[in-house]
Design a protein around this ligand. Structure first.
Ligand code: NAD
Ligand code: UD1
Length: 341
């Protein structure tokens, strides 16, 4: 079975994807510098799959260490590239750090892939590249809009760098996966999201509030042009998202991709408002969630959800896990992390 290098494989989406890869028979080599993850995630992956993936702690910007790793684990067939910094607000404060880690990191990776004759890459992109699209749902032909943060800009730049590298060097091929809003945790509660400090994202803030770590959730805005006034997103279960990577990998390795650089939107196809999500959380878990309405968050867009029919048609993939089940998985993970019965 093929050997896959997973950069950032101890992170939130990476760890769930490693589980799915191993459960589908792939051999996995993880590289991660632990800048936003913990080494114990390896134990979680092993507990779920019965297999401890190969792991090398290194920074992908360190080309010497990276080459040593590729020599040690020679015979890599393909890469899934998750390693990146992802906090939108922080990227405004520390833009050069973001360009270095996300853009320079990708350039190092592609350079080493060429040197080591690795031809296939799956890249973690984001629906942020679409901004506030004019038409909903958003399909892959929707135009990208000017990025509103350095983070968003790195995703656009990385997509372009991959496209250009394919043109320059011919023998590469890539799948760019544009994720909508990944949420939830593995049903085993052995792995999940581990945000550092006060969470920026909605679902970790909700579960931390439910666990008593935060006083109340602030709902950012109820004056949007949406049915209940709160903003709408397409929340996709991280395990469904992870399974899409396996489908994409099968496609690349079997050569059934239709072009050298394919793009897939990964979402559920349904938009859910903040207030709907809060209510679904309370109904699904039976936990009361204190919240208050506050003003809009700067930079937020009003509504976005995916048209994922291209992924359904070409990858044979859909995200069908019900929201209540997904929110329960997030809550079970929070309870495990906080030792709540
Ligand atoms: P994460 O922070 O949980 O995982 C990223 C992992 O990469 C972490 O384990 C971190 O330690 C590692 N890492 C970062 N820089 C590194 C470097 N230079 N060398 C080696 N390891 C490095 O993030 P995630 O939520 O799992 O996101 C994975 C990818 O998906 C990222 O590229 C992110 O931009 C993208 N994405 C995430 C979301 C989301 O909502 N989580 C949405 C769209 C796109
Ligand atoms: C954010 C990023 C996006 C990134 C994604 C995943 C911005 C502008 N966008 O998306 O680029 O890909 O995270 O990391 O930061 N909300 C509240 N209260 C909270 C937190 C969030 O009401 O405490 C609302 C937000 O206003 C938004 C929704 O919940 O309407 C989802 O927010 P969030 O989880 O942060 O994701 P995005 O903003 O969609």
């Amino acid at each position: 079975m093929a050997k896959i290098l997973v950069t950032g494989g101890l992170g939130y989406i990476g760890s769930h994807t490693v589980v799915e890869l191993q459960q589908n028979g792939y051999e996995v080599v993880i590289v991660d510098n632990l800048s936003n993850s913990e080494i114990k995630v390896l134990d979680g992956i092993e507990a779920i799959t019965g297999i401890r993936p190969h792991f090398e702690q290194l920074d992908i910007c360190d080309d010497k260490a990276f080459q040593v790793c590729l020599t040690k684990h020679n015979g890599i067939d393909a890469v899934i590239h998750f390693a990146a910094s992802k906090a939108v607000g922080e990227s405004v404060e520390k833009s050069l750090d973001y360009y270095r880690n996300n853009v320079y990191g990708l350039i190092q990776l592609l350079t080493l892939m060429r040197k080591n004759d690795i031809k296939h890459i799956i890249f973690s992109s984001s629906c942020t590249v679409y901004g506030q699209a004019e038409q909903l749902p958003i399909d892959e032909t929707a135009p990208r809009q000017t990025a509103t943060s350095p983070y968003g800009n790195t995703k656009q730049m990385c997509e372009d760098i991959i496209r250009d590298a394919i043109i320059s060097y011919h023998d590469f091929n890539a799948i760019l996966l544009r994720y909508f809003n990944p949420i939830g945790a593995h049903p085993s509660a052995m792995i999940g999201e581990l945000p550092k400090g006060v969470p920026n994202n909605l679902v970790p803030y909700i579960t931390q509030t439910a666990a008593g770590l935060r006083k109340e959730l602030s709902v950012f805005g109820d004056d949007y042009n949406t049915p209940d006034g709160s903003a709408i997103r397409d929340y996709i279960y991280v395990v469904d998202l992870a399974k899409a990577h396996v489908k994409a990998m099968q496609r690349l390795l079997s050569g059934s991709n239709k072009s050298d650089c394919e793009i897939f939107n990964l979402g559920t196809g349904s938009g859910v408002s903040v207030l709907e999500l809060v209510n679904t959380f309370m109904e699904a878990t039976g936990v009361n969630l204190p919240y208050k309405i506050v003003g809009r968050r700067a930079g937020d867009i009003e509504q976005v959800w995916a048209d994922s029919s291209y992924a359904e048609k070409e990858l044979g993939w859909t995200a069908k896990t019900p929201l209540a089940e997904v929110l329960n998985s997030a809550w079970n993970w929070e309870k495990k992390v906080r030792n709540i019965q």
